[in-house]
Design a protein around this ligand. Structure first.
Ligand code: HEM
Length: 505
């Protein structure tokens, strides 16, 4: 009996200790008079982080909708057991990202990668520590200037031709049904591989033998999502991160890309060609400031990783929305046909400035902003004004989430928010909405997307060429406009997205 009692007491003590540990912080926000939803044990307020039953941006959207008219500018939430902040006033987003940047220089992603073992991923400005961030960012941005991209337009148009040739080859009696997700990812991989290293990724060639570049790029992405998932789950017991981790870039993939960089470099030096691409820029950078081989690989993989999936997602979502909206598609095609130059091509300036194409792109990234939540870390103590006359002290290390997906779907800002309606962005409205913190698909302030121009250029070129050459329609019953993939870090519609292509004579 004594033994039985001892075991029962022991079990009760264990359960009580775990309970106390898990709920220890739950009074954090109440003590500071900050409103917020009641957290659940283990899951906190964003249960999909652990359950993966829907995208975490949708959990945040629910909280945003509940509190947006409460008079508060932010609410206190718990990610598993950790107190954090969810911004619900779009104007406060700009304050954090732009006007009070000095207090929020750090971002949460710099905690995702394991610095003790990863030497390449941590060179990406998105993941690098603030002490190194500025230098890494400046190095990458220098290779993506408007002049370099202008000269690199033929590289992008070449990838467009590969994509349109592929669709034509799939076509029987001028029609075909194609999964646009896969062709758009193939397209953006072709762009980045050629722009970074001058390599043909072979993404549109037959699947056998397997395409190693495509496999390795996918493996980079898949692993980075696993690493982010591990980071969030280990928030329950962060000490686990000291002895266990998931690599952001698997060793084998890192090795593969180091070799690619080496081979491309050798080839370039031997052939002495002068090509307006990223490798050419990296060689100039090496001359100027003696950047290491690892830095060169790191910068190349920043462009590959950040330029492949985000832009691919933008192109396939835009094509899917246009396939479901014939009026917008016809209007866009008319604008494209009116702006083809005498060689039946298009210049950089025209492409970047076509107003309706710009509106279609803006409306697509409003509906599905590839990065749906921006997470910043307080870097020096500051005060944020919440409801009238209440200032809350924010200490270094506190994480703040800006729920951009929720803001972009707020019906008070965007009536009928689920509808694809490029007319919302008529006449420069995007700029005005951006200044109010209501439209920030590329972020804002000193940490605004470093590859925004390349992302827009490759996306616009891909949409331009497809709409110019094909009429797109959705097959009956194929409309999946609301089914967001729960398992992706970059938000997107789930499953294959089948679209019917008809060649335009
Ligand atoms: C349509 C395509 C793209 C979208 C929608 C997009 C969106 C974003 C967003 C929302 C951020 C976070 C900004 C913030 O935290 O305030 C970001 C950061 C970043 N993006 Fe992009 N991006 C795209 C394409 C690209 C491309 C092509 C590159 C190539 C270099 C790139 C490189 C980066 C980098 C390096 C950062 C981190 C910036 C920093 O922390 O300083 N992105 N992007």
């Amino acid at each position: 009996m004594d033994l039985f009692l001892t075991i029962c007491t022991f079990i009760c003590v264990i359960f009580a200790s775990v309970y106390i540990y898990l709920s220890w912080n739950f009074e954090y926000w109440r003590k500071r008079n900050v409103k917020g939803p009641r957290p659940k044990l283990i899951f906190g307020n964003v249960p999909s982080l652990l359950k993966h039953n829907r995208h975490m941006a949708l959990d945040m959207q629910e909280i945003y909708e509940k509190y947006k008219n409460s008079g508060e500018r932010f609410v206190g939430i718990f990610m598993t057991r950790n107190p954090q902040i969810l911004v619900i006033d779009p104007k406060l987003s700009r304050e954090i990202m732009v006007t009070n940047f000095k207090s929020f220089r750090d971002n949460e992603p710099q905690l995702w990668a394991n610095r003790r073992v990863e030497e390449i991923s941590t060179r990406n400005p998105f993941l690098s520590l603030t002490t190194e961030w500025k230098e890494k960012r400046t190095d990458v941005v220098g290779g993506l200037s408007a002049n370099r991209l202008k000269s690199a337009l033929p590289i992008i148009m070449e990838a467009c031709s590969k994509m349109t040739d592929f669709v034509r080859n799939e076509t029987v009696e001028s029609r075909s049904v194609i999964d646009i997700k896969s062709i758009c990812y193939n397209y953006t991989l072709e762009v980045v591989a050629d722009f970074i290293w001058g390599l043909n990724a072979g993404a549109f060639q037959s699947k056998k033998p397997a395409n190693q570049m495509l496999d390795m790029s996918r493996s980079l992405l898949e692993n980075s999502f696993k690493a982010v998932g591990f980071y969030y789950a280990s928030g329950l017991a962060p000490f686990i991160r000291n002895f266990s981790y998931v690599r952001f870039f698997p060793e084998q993939t890192e090795k593969f890309f180091k070799q690619i960089q080496m081979d491309a470099l050798e080839l370039r030096l031997k052939s002495k060609t002068d090509r307006p691409d990223f490798l050419n820029y990296l060689l100039q950078l090496r001359e100027k400031k003696n950047v290491s081989h690892l830095d060169m690989v790191g910068h190349s993989l920043t462009v590959l990783l950040d330029g492949f999936e985000t832009s691919g997602a933008l192109v396939y979502h835009a094509l899917y929305y246009l396939a479901g909206n014939q009026n917008a598609q016809n209007k866009l095609r008319q604008e494209i046909m009116e702006n083809l130059d005498e060689n039946r091509g298009v210049s950089y300036d025209v492409l970047m400035e076509l107003p309706y194409l710009d509106q279609c792109v803006n409306e697509t990234i409003r509906l599905i902003s590839p990065i749906p939540v921006f997470s910043r870390r307080c870097s020096e103590q500051t005060f944020l004004e919440n409801s009238a006359n209440s200032k809350v002290q924010i200490d270094p290390g506190m994480i703040l989430h800006i729920p951009i997906y929720a803001i972009h779907h707020d019906p008070e800002i965007y009536p009928n928010p689920k509808e694809f309606n490029p007319e919302r962005f008529n006449e420069g409205l995007a700029k005005d909405l951006g200044q109010r913190g209501c439209f920030l698909p590329f972020g804002d302030g000193p940490r605004i997307c470093a590859g925004m121009r390349l992302g827009q250029l490759e996306s616009k070129a891909g949409i331009f060429e497809i709409i110019r050459n094909f009429k797109l329609t959705l097959r009956k019953g194929d409309n999946k406009l609301e089914h967001v993939d729960p398992n992706a870090f970059i938000i997107g519609l789930a499953g294959d997205l089948l679209v019917e292509f008809e060649c335009i004579k």
